[in-house]
Design a protein around this ligand. Structure first.
Ligand SMILES: [Zn+2]
Length: 104
């Protein structure tokens, strides 16, 4: 087991776990019970931690987490006219200059 990531809350931890599972990576959530037992950290202040079952998955998992944490401005939208992907900061398609029609 190796610690991969500290989530902000349990729902976010679950999202990360699900994302890793889709890539065939096994991981578990520990929600700070151990930390509370050894220190003075109140249980409610302990963030959920994600631990990898296989240490060899660590590097790939970090890359997946980095993708997961990308800000929304890095997302792409797909042009309905030519099917090219443009950043969400673009109001028009970089390829054919058609206006963006829909969100997502
Ligand atoms: Zn286009």
């Amino acid at each position: 087991m190796i610690r991969l990531y500290q989530a902000q809350d349990l729902p976010q931890a679950q999202l990360v776990i699900d994302m890793l599972a889709r890539h065939g990576i096994a991981a578990k959530i520990y929600n700070g019970n151990a930390a509370a037992a050894v220190g003075d950290i109140p249980f409610t202040h302990a963030y959920p931690e994600i631990w990898l079952v296989e240490e060899s998955d660590f590097k790939r998992s970090r890359q997946l987490i980095a993708e997961f944490e990308k800000p929304p401005s890095d997302e792409l939208w797909c042009c309905e006219h030519c099917n090219e992907a443009s950043p969400v900061t673009f109001e028009t398609c970089w390829n054919c200059r058609r206006e963006r029609l829909t969100d997502g």
